[in-house]
Design a protein around this ligand. Structure first.
Ligand code: ZN
Ligand code: ZN
Length: 511
């Protein structure tokens, strides 16, 4: 039974990357590859199973298992999670970033002798990279063959996600047959074909249509193909507003950036009536890095908006124990609010704080999370960046007049962060067992790492400011070295946090 004033979204799911080892973490600066000894795939798989159990207790009722770049072959962690979902009777989806695999599906020996199977880039060059030529019967057939094998390997999956290589500017085909068709039209060709194949093999299976970057901004186009019945009814939109503003709700009329995303979603809801899912980033290690982001009030407002629009399912991306450490208040708020177990964000956070830090420290921790939310609002604000500026907190984007104002907001946030350690110290005085003390200490480390992250964000914005003014856009050696040293410091500091709290995804953050 939903509490008063709360809502229940039919589908509320974790969305997880089944393996972290492949994640490319740090754009801009040249950083070393992930050291092998910082990531244990089996330990990560166990974390995902624990995360699922933790979520189910809080009302999570499904899971999307993103299998990453494995040529369509499932990661062992994903299979373990799939078994667990079956045991719990939870619906689950598979697939994910299969677009990165398209080149792997046509062996290099084949494309070497028959380059016509490769896509043509904007300069007219055949490329064995990116997406495929959907106008080529053999290339499309090979993709369908691989995707139907993937589908067959997961006989209990209710939905197949087919994420293309979705980059701004597209990595689709510019051959004579494709050049007049936008990225979204080419992607729709693939998804429609896949939807037909899976429906024939296992009736009732659904397929996701990712609305993200090129396939989001190109959204008006599938209206035409949708009306003509081009996309079958078993295709569900997956709205992924990754570069939205997280200082404000998705439908906030005062945030121009979110308004643009919201209008895309409203349009999607009319094109895919009753068939829109949302992929949210409330626990995204990659997007937020070492920031201990806590935005339960924004999440509450988001969920109200998604609920009003009739969204079928909202998913929150999470990366195992690290996401609970760094973004646990978000995940708890997402689960509790969307399931109707909590009527407001403070109630959801209070329950989370009580369970994690002990009931005597809970009030102090609720105060801490409120202060953290207020302090971080400035640096999370992306309101004024235009929609085509598709960057985020991790890197420096293209020239923009907004970097200077953003740096000022970072400075304000840094000043506000100075008061946060005292709030944690107050919580620590309320004691608790050794487990609660370890969690509190971990929160202190997380806060310290976030303060370093603010310095690094300021550095990245300064580089963007310099490039915008006509100076060098590339990182200097000193800037790269300072970033690498700061990251090493964050890593060193985190070694005092027990591995089961820290999680494997933390180790996947390089260097
Ligand atoms: Zn083509
Ligand atoms: Zn905003």
């Amino acid at each position: 039974m939903a509490a008063n004033g709360s809502m229940v979204i039919p589908g509320r799911a974790w969305s997880v990357e089944a393996a972290m080892g492949h994640c490319v973490i740090w754009p801009g600066a040249a950083v070393p590859a992930l050291p092998a000894d910082r990531y244990d795939g089996r330990a990560y798989a166990r974390e995902l199973v624990e995360l699922l159990a933790w979520g189910v207790e809080r009302g999570i009722n499904g899971i999307d298992i993103l299998h990453g770049e494995r040529g369509g072959y499932a990661d062992p962690g994903g299979l373990l999670l799939e078994d667990e979902a079956c045991r719990l009777g939870l619906p689950f989806a598979v697939g994910g970033h299969v677009g990165h695999c398209f080149p792997a599906w046509i062996p290099a020996a084949v494309t070497a002798s028959r380059p016509e199977l490769c896509r043509v880039d904007a300069d007219g060059v055949r490329r064995p990279t990116g997406n495929l030529c959907t106008a080529d019967p053999e290339a499309l057939g090979r993709a369908l063959g691989m995707l139907s094998m993937l589908h067959d390997r997961h006989p209990a999956a209710r939905l197949l996600q087919v994420f293309p290589d979705d980059v701004v500017g597209g990595s689709w085909c510019h051959c004579a047959r494709c050049r007049d068709r936008s990225p979204v039209a080419q992607y729709a060709t693939l998804v429609a074909a896949v939807a037909g194949v899976v429906e024939a093999r296992r009736p009732g299976t659904q397929v996701g249509f990712l609305l993200y970057h090129d396939t989001l901004s190109g959204l008006p186009e599938p209206a035409a193909v949708g009306v003509s019945g081009f996309l079958p009814p078993n295709v569900y939109a997956l709205f992924a507003p990754r570069e939205r503003c997280y200082a404000h709700a998705i439908d906030d009329p005062a945030c121009p950036r979110n308004q643009a995303y919201w209008q895309h979603l409203v349009r999607a809801a009319s094109l895919f009536p009753g068939r829109v899912d949302v992929f949210e980033y409330y626990g995204d290690t990659i997007l937020w890095h070492y920031f201990n982001v806590a935005i339960p009030a924004v999440i509450a407002a988001d969920l109200q908006a998604y609920h009003r629009l009739g969204v079928r399912e909202v998913q929150a991306l999470a990366f195992g124990s690290y996401s609970v450490w760094a973004h646990g208040a978000n995940l708890a708020a997402f689960a509790g609010l969307s399931a109707g177990q909590a009527a407001d964000p403070d109630t959801a956070v209070a329950r989370y704080a009580s369970e994690r830090y002990g009931h005597r420290a809970a009030d102090c921790m609720v105060t801490y999370y409120q202060a953290l939310a207020a302090a971080q609002c400035g640096y999370l604000s992306m309101c004024d960046y235009p929609e085509e500026w598709t960057c985020d907190l991790r890197g420096v984007g293209p020239a923009s007049p907004h970097y200077s104002a953003h740096r000022e907001r970072v400075a304000t946030a840094r000043a506000a962060f100075a008061g946060l350690p005292d709030l944690l110290a107050a919580a620590a005085r309320h004691g608790g067992g050794s487990r609660e003390a370890a969690c509190l200490h971990a929160e202190q480390v997380s806060l310290e790492n976030a303060r370093t992250e603010l310095d690094l964000l300021d550095l990245r914005l300064a580089i963007g400011e310099r490039a915008t003014a006509g100076g060098a856009g590339a990182w200097t050696e000193a800037e790269t070295a300072a970033t690498v040293a700061a990251r090493q410091g964050q890593w060193d500091l985190a070694q005092a946090v027990p591995a089961e709290i820290r999680g494997q995804a933390f180790g996947a953050l390089a260097p």
